[in-house]
Write a protein that binds this ligand. Structure first.
Ligand code: PLP
Length: 224
């Protein structure tokens, strides 16, 4: 795997879009992350709090660490001191815990709300009505240590490109309509996180501002 080359190709394919690359380094060793870092990559995504925290301790300070996986409430405290963006928030309960831990660290933590767009029901995320409920909750404006900056979604794992495009379109429409409607101080939707190794090209065409790419940079993973 030529990590540097893979990153350069991905950056090229982002072209003039204002889409950012999150290099998903879960399960991969520090040496791989260093290689990507030396190629200029600064945003890394991990899906386990403990693994991310271990890596964060060993790598340069200017890396922006993104939590992209399902986050348990009792793990928030480990990442709250340094995490740059949490992509996978799907309940008010979790949001409150993030707020609490951010406050302890004198920070405001940026988060995305994960939306369920795939056919599979094993994937986490809010449905449209649940998103609406959360954004209109009376408790939300009181959470001064979090900021909701966008939405995230994962398309169905399929070869059917029409289906993937339909799911990304649905998410982009929801993003656009919600961002123009919502008027809450700690909500400002600017980021749309969608697209992985298999479907990032479609995601960019449908308006993604953040693609989360793992195997197309670092090679296949042995485990998840
Ligand atoms: C693992 C993972 C990715 C990256 O997957 P690849 O197919 O290796 O690019 C993206 N997003 C989430 C939420 C993940 O868990």
């Amino acid at each position: 795997m030529d990590i540097k080359n893979n990153i350069e190709e991905l950056i090229n394919s982002l072209g003039s879009s204002n889409c950012k690359l999150v290099a998903v380094s879960k399960t991969k060793p520090i040496s791989d992350i260093k290689e990507a870092y030396d190629a200029g990559q600064r945003i890394f995504g991990e899906n386990k709090a403990q693994e991310m925290t271990e890596k964060q301790g060993e790598l340069p300070e200017d890396i922006q660490w993104h939590m992209i996986g399902h986050l348990q409430r009792n793990k928030v405290k480990y990442i709250a001191p340094y995490v740059s963006l949490i992509h996978s928030v799907d309940s008010l309960k979790l949001l409150k815990e993030i707020n609490k831990q951010a406050k302890k660290n004198n920070r405001v933590i940026d988060v995305l709300l994960q939306i369920h767009i795939a056919e599979e029901d094993t994937k986490f995320g809010l449905h449209k009505n649940e998103l609406y409920e959360l954004l209109h909750s009376v408790e939300l404006p009181e959470l001064h240590h979090i900021k909701i900056v966008g939405l995230m979604g994962m398309a169905t794992f399929t070869d059917n490109e029409d289906q993937i495009r339909r799911e990304f379109k649905f998410l982009a429409d929801l993003f656009n309509s919600t961002r123009s409607d919502i008027q809450v101080d700690n909500v400002e939707l600017t980021e749309l996180s969608m697209g992985m190794s298999g479907d990032y090209k479609i995601a960019i065409e449908e308006g993604s501002t953040m693609i989360r790419v793992g195997s197309a940079i670092f090679g296949e993973r042995n485990y998840n």
